[in-house]
Design a protein around this ligand. Structure first.
Ligand code: RIB
Length: 308
């Protein structure tokens, strides 16, 4: 099956810090680097590394970051025929702080990502409609996401939505979604509920199922993920790794999920595979640096024990 990511492309400007600064405080950082990122581009590159047939649809600016990014997609096996260079605006940027525990703070400046609209989706429609499985996130304008999702669902395509960054969504989108993959913070925003105690995740997951989503896959970091459907609520344990940088762990998870579903794995096997891709991706600095090949994921799964 052919996959397609419609979403954001950013260059990540990453500062490594011992700890995050307090408001008004200046601290001295440890290290700085620039990496290709963006939730959309990360998911496409993770799919490309796994060996999927993947098309990226999105926009970059007419600048050196945009040029670098097009090359980055190419070397990672991602078709960039769906990319447009938008004149007069910069490529998207993410300013990221990563601490010594591998946790991060991220500020995104959308740039060209903010110019992805209905017209652009229509312009690329002939390429888009040839694909089978679609991955969306929320770093391009919601109107474009909604427009593409509705039309693709009408055409019978499989839709995966990563609702990140978190925001409330219109009810009409939910019935078009086959798989939604929030983390615990995101599902709290989507459902307007607090996630404090055992049972809250299940309640929140069921709320999204009632709104029309077929599968709610809640990403829970080291604990793995939870699947909520009309009939079940199932925990799929995660894998233990030494994390260096958790940036894009969620993106890698989504790519792993799409890859496994595309090759015909059942949903629980697909989530287990996604947990492995997400875990491996945290073992080096930068969003895309540690995204694994299929062979790496398979040997990792065979060697690892799971976290409960
Ligand atoms: O999910 C991680 C990504 O979020 C980073 O690569 C950054 O660009 C932001 O989009």
């Amino acid at each position: 099956m052919k996959t397609c990511v419609i979403g954001s492309i950013n260059m990540d400007l990453v500062a490594v810090v011992d700890r995050f600064p307090q408001p008004g405080e200046t601290i001295i950082g440890r290290d700085f680097a620039t990496y290709p990122g963006g939730k959309g581009g990360n998911q496409a590159v993770a799919l490309g590394r796994l060996g999927a047939d993947v098309l990226m649809v999105g926009k970059v600016g007419n600048d050196s970051f945009g040029e670098q990014y097009l090359n980055n997609l190419r070397v990672n096996g991602v078709s960039n025929d769906g990319i447009k260079i938008h004149e007069g605006i910069s490529t998207g940027i993410a300013v990221i702080e990563v601490d010594t525990a591998g946790e991060n703070h991220i500020v995104v400046i959308p740039g060209a990502n903010g110019k992805v609209d209905r017209e652009f989706i229509e312009e690329k429609w002939n390429l888009i409609i040839n694909r089978d499985i679609f991955l969306f996130q929320l770093e391009i304008p919601l109107d474009a996401v909604l427009y593409a999702v509705k039309n693709l669902k009408e055409a019978g395509k499989l839709i995966i939505l990563d609702p990140a960054p978190a925001r409330e969504l219109p009810d009409e989108i939910y019935k078009c979604i086959d798989y939604i993959t929030p983390n615990e913070t995101e599902i709290a925003v989507l459902t307007g509920t607090e996630i404090d105690e055992d049972g809250d995740l299940e309640k929140a997951g069921r709320k999204l199922v009632e709104k029309g989503v077929k599968h709610v896959v809640i990403k829970a970091g080291k604990r793995g993920a939870y699947l909520a459907t009309r009939d079940d609520f199932i925990h799929v344990p995660g894998f233990g790794v030494q994390s260096v940088d958790t940036t894009a762990a969620g993106d890698s998870f989504n790519a792993g999920l799409a890859f496994a579903l595309a090759r015909g794995d059942d949903i629980l096997e697909s989530i287990r595979f996604a947990n492995a891709v997400g875990a491996i991706s945290t073992t080096a600095k930068g969003a895309q640096s540690a995204m694994p090949s299929l062979m790496e994921v398979e040997s990792f799964i065979n060697q690892q024990t799971v976290n409960e």
